[in-house]
Design a protein around this ligand. Structure first.
Ligand code: CO
Length: 271
């Protein structure tokens, strides 16, 4: 196993120029890459954070996986990419655990040599492995301002926490913390660490309402919310409200409706 960290979070969008206005203009991130992969019919726009990247994916023709994804699911979180030091052998290892593979061998992607594992084998989460070239530039997020500068964790909605923890610690080398139960938020879950960031598995407590049970009811298990770190949560909330955004302030952070971000539910908090 040679997975070291979450390399990026992929987000499927209809119009990357439109969505870039959120990440670049509202949040102050810089575009590190804006390129088209002709062979895949996809345009990728990458915004670096300190410990991870945001990858916007826009289809450039209708007969592609990403355009079919948008037709079925609409805009929003598309995949989690783990960085690998040896993508070819990690893909073989994944196949050998019985996972349904999209790629059994690495191919050229936006971030080096990559391969995908089917969401059917991972509770609705499309997993990418990427091995960036040795001379890949090191980027960082904004050094000041109200925008996010780092990934805190990616939240995944699941029906049962324990079996996913068991599978993902085994398959991906994630390290499980103690399970938790948050009555006030109406959910329970567990953090799984990888490198400087984490994946949070959550499921609603019986009888609770809100977007989490709604997501499970309508689209099933899968990526639910991206938690990002800001330097000053109060200043960030004031900035976004000044832009006319609806921001729900709660003790666990500031929650941003996906209607402002073209499908990406966000949580902002101080580290
Ligand atoms: Co990707």
């Amino acid at each position: 196993m040679a997975l070291t960290r979450i390399h990026h979070i992929g987000i499927a969008v209809h119009d990357a120029d439109q969505t870039a206005e959120v990440w670049r203009d509202t949040f102050g991130l810089e575009t590190a890459l804006d390129t088209e992969l002709e062979s895949q019919g996809v345009r990728g726009v990458i915004f670096p954070l300190d410990n991870c990247e945001i990858e916007l994916l826009q289809p450039t023709r209708p007969d592609t996986g990403i355009s079919r994804y948008l037709e079925t699911n609409g805009e929003g979180f598309h995949h989690i990419c783990f960085e690998s030091t040896d993508v070819a052998s990690d893909l073989i290892a994944a196949r050998d655990t019985g996972m349904q593979m999209i790629d059994e061998e690495p191919r050229v992607g936006l971030t080096g040599m990559i391969g995908f594992i089917h969401p059917r084998s991972n509770h609705g989460v499309l997993i990418e492995y990427a091995q960036p070239p040795d001379d890949a530039p090191q980027h960082a997020g904004p050094t000041s301002g109200p925008g996010p500068h780092a990934l805190h964790h990616m939240t995944v909605a699941v029906n049962e926490v324990a079996p996913v923890t068991e599978a993902w610690t085994e398959r991906y080398g994630l390290v499980g913390r103690e399970p938790f139960r948050a009555e006030a938020l109406g959910l329970e879950g567990q953090f799984l660490d990888i490198g400087p960031t984490a994946i949070e598995l959550v499921r609603p407590l019986p009888g609770s309402g809100g977007p989490l049970p709604r997501k499970l009811d309508t689209s099933g298990e899968g990526m639910f919310m991206l938690a990002l770190t800001v330097r000053d949560a109060e200043a960030s909330v004031a900035h976004l409200r000044g832009e006319g955004w609806t921001v729900t302030d709660a003790n666990a952070g500031a929650f941003i409706s996906p209607k402002h971000t073209y499908g990406a539910r966000l949580r902002l908090s101080e580290a």
